[in-house]
Design a protein around this ligand. Sequence first.
Ligand SMILES: CC(C)(COP(=O)(O)OP(=O)(O)OC[C@H]1O[C@@H](n2cnc3c(N)ncnc32)[C@H](O)[C@@H]1OP(=O)(O)O)[C@@H](O)C(=O)NCCC(=O)NCCS
Length: 182
Amino acid sequence: MLNTNCTTGVEIREASIFDAEQIASLGTQTYIESHGTFFKNQEDLLDYCKQTFSKNRIREELNSRENIFFVALVNNKMIAYAKVKLNASSTYIQSDNIAQLDKIYVLKDFLSMKIGLLLFDVLLKKIQSYKVKVLWLVVYHENKRAINFYLKNEFINIAEYYNFYGKEAYKVLLLKKDIKAL
Ligand SMILES: CC(C)(COP(=O)(O)OP(=O)(O)OC[C@H]1O[C@@H](n2cnc3c(N)ncnc32)[C@H](O)[C@@H]1OP(=O)(O)O)[C@@H](O)C(=O)NCCC(=O)NCCS
């Protein structure tokens, strides 16, 4: 398991099954903080969180070899996490060895401390070791902060479409980044 101790006092490490409960609760909190106001219907938000961040689902995801999770800790408190799905093809991308950055979430109180960047750099090295050629992700079109972060990290916008949450459609962007070989 990779461990990175940074001078900033932030520890980044790969997650294990024992982190399931904390990731489930951090996932819910960070999603509500960052996406709560985007939802037109609060019930849809809660339904999404219940499904996506249930302890059992996170446990299953942590158990799968197709997923890579990293967590960031400050004074042993988990304050951010990221998840990549390996072998996640997309109809918009013609390449082999494609992965999806499925989640990257930092607690509100720890934003702007470059923790997202730290997590992303560690993830990047890990997926390079898996010879991933393209990394893609989906982001809500009004999530300007995250979009800026991705553009700064050399993602490009290749598609736009609508995703449904409950009965409401939300415009999302599909961004991709070519990953350099090690
Ligand atoms: C997206 C997210 C993970 C980015 O992490 P972050 O640590 O907050 O990163 P920031 O966007 O604040 O960027 C930190 C700083 O590094 C800069 N930066 C980011 N990448 C950089 C790069 N490759 N090179 C140089 N600077 C960079 C940013 O411009 C910013 O600088 P500033 O504070 O002077 O403006 C974080 O904003 C977040 O968790 N948002 C809420 C959840 C969310 O929306 N997740 C994505 C869902 S698709």
